[in-house]
Design a protein around this ligand. Structure first.
Ligand SMILES: O=C(O)CCC(=O)C(=O)O
Length: 270
């Protein structure tokens, strides 16, 4: 019988992957979850998608994906995924600083959805200050080949930090805002169930449409610097995580909504 592939943990994470992440702004880390964990979390995510209202419900973006936000607050199984010490520990090693949770979100592309998630950077959407190392862990909860909606990245684009937010439904928007990025190489990263890509919040990325009969289920956990503070966006745009908190500009984001990675799993190591 073939042996299952060994899990990647914060302790055995190869130094070469840390180097790749810092140079390119993204990296694929294999086998962060076992196939059994991925299957359990996929079933729980689909059940949440039936039960909870998607942020994109009724909007044009619904075609791109169904998005549930801060699912860890709503479901005990997803809480174990978002606060998984293996995931947080790897993120912290890649970033090289102490991190806390910003938020999670689940992104489901329905079968044959016919809509890419177009190239964009995440950081311009977020009302954050003192957050130089935020990154997302994009977790494949089933095999995600190109045809099912895997991610592509523009290596080195995380050094472009001066752009306003880009429309993830418009394939040209990022390149209108930064024409030279159109000439950077792009890297497409299909994943096996349980693999994770980590990307810096300024790394430009997109995901293909789902051309298969199976829903593409990804769970994304976003981390920010432990000392991050709230800053109202200059363009006045709202953010669904911070708006209900009515924070003054400059407030520390140290509420229990934003737990420290070092506290994940109640201190247990994966
Ligand atoms: O999965 C997708 O469709 C896009 C994911 C994305 O944009 C992100 O995780 O920041």
């Amino acid at each position: 019988m073939p042996q299952p592939a060994p899990l990647t943990t914060p302790d055995n994470l190869p130094a070469s992957l840390v180097e790749d992440y810092r140079r390119d702004g993204f990296v694929r880390v294999p086998c962060v979850l076992s196939p059994a964990e991925a299957a359990e979390f996929r079933a729980a995510t689909l059940a949440c998608d039936q039960r909870l209202r998607s942020l994109t419900a009724g909007s044009a973006a619904e075609k791109v994906f169904s998005q549930l936000l801060n699912v860890w607050r709503e479901d005990p199984v997803i809480r174990r995924l978002t606060l998984h010490p293996r995931l947080g520990g790897i993120a912290q090693k890649l970033a090289g600083v102490k991190l806390r949770l910003w938020h999670d979100h689940t992104l489901i592309k329905q079968p044959h959805n016919r809509a890419n998630t177009e190239f964009h950077q995440d950081r311009p959407y977020w009302p954050l200050l003192d957050a130089d190392h935020p990154l997302s862990a994009w977790i494949a909860l089933q095999d995600v080949p190109v045809e099912r909606g895997c991610m592509s990245f523009i290596p080195g684009s995380h050094r472009v930090t001066n752009l306003v937010s880009q429309d993830l439904m418009d394939p040209r928007d990022l390149f209108r805002k930064c024409p030279e990025l159109a000439y950077y190489p792009r890297v497409t990263v299909p994943l096996r169930a349980g693999d994770v890509t980590f990307h810096h919040a300024y790394a430009a990325h997109m995901a293909t449409s789902n051309q298969t009969d199976e829903a593409r289920v990804a769970h994304v956990v976003i981390f920010m610097d432990a000392g991050a503070r709230y800053r109202k966006r200059a363009d006045g745009a709202v953010h669904p995580v911070t708006d209900p908190l009515n924070l003054p500009d400059g407030a520390r984001l140290d509420q229990e909504l934003f737990p420290l990675v070092d506290g994940f799993g109640e201190g247990k190591k994966a």
